[in-house]
Design a protein around this ligand. Structure first.
Ligand SMILES: [Zn+2]
Ligand SMILES: [Zn+2]
Length: 158
């Protein structure tokens, strides 16, 4: 299982492989260690993630492990190519390119594996197994408001 998370101390993005056998996550930038909770994994092969290892919230959601930059790059490249074809009055090729790039995007999205993401801290897990649902706006709002309250509390004191 691989985790990609933002270090709570220095906010650097860290990636760790094989987290199910690690006692703690160590930040490669500042060395801060986040202990992995002992109940973080459900037994099985492969072990299934039960809670976020960083915050450690139990609310995670399934999303596609699709790099948005790649998707956007394909669309932009397709648009540029279709503009060139359009300039040469190649109507069929123009629409062929537009349709083709849309299709490539859809196919890429379908073949991309799922990953888990934490509502609270945004950590992402690859190969973490099932047991969680898709994105839920209400849960997202709850965590967003909690974070806002925490910030306000830290500011004014208890
Ligand atoms: Zn760090
Ligand atoms: Zn988290």
């Amino acid at each position: 299982m691989r985790i990609t998370y933002a270090c709570p101390a220095c906010h650097a993005t860290a990636t760790r492989d094989g987290v199910e056998s690690l006692p703690a996550l160590e930040c490669p930038a500042c060395g801060t260690k986040v202990a992995v909770p002992s109940d973080a994994f459900a037994a099985g092969t492969p072990p299934r993630l039960r809670r976020c290892l960083v915050c450690p919230s139990t609310e995670l959601f399934v999303r596609k492990d699709f790099p948005q930059r790649v998707g956007l790059g394909i669309v932009v490249a397709g648009l540029a190519a279709s503009c060139v074809a359009w300039a040469f009055r190649e109507l069929v090729i123009t629409f062929g390119i537009l349709f083709g790039t849309a299709l490539v995007d859809v196919v890429l999205y379908l073949v991309m594996p799922d990953c888990l993401s934490c509502y609270r801290c945004g950590a992402r897990y690859r190969g973490a197994g099932g047991g969680f649902g898709g994105f839920d706006l209400e849960t997202h709002e709850k965590h967003r408001q909690q974070a806002a309250r925490l910030r306000a509390g830290a500011h004014h004191g208890p």
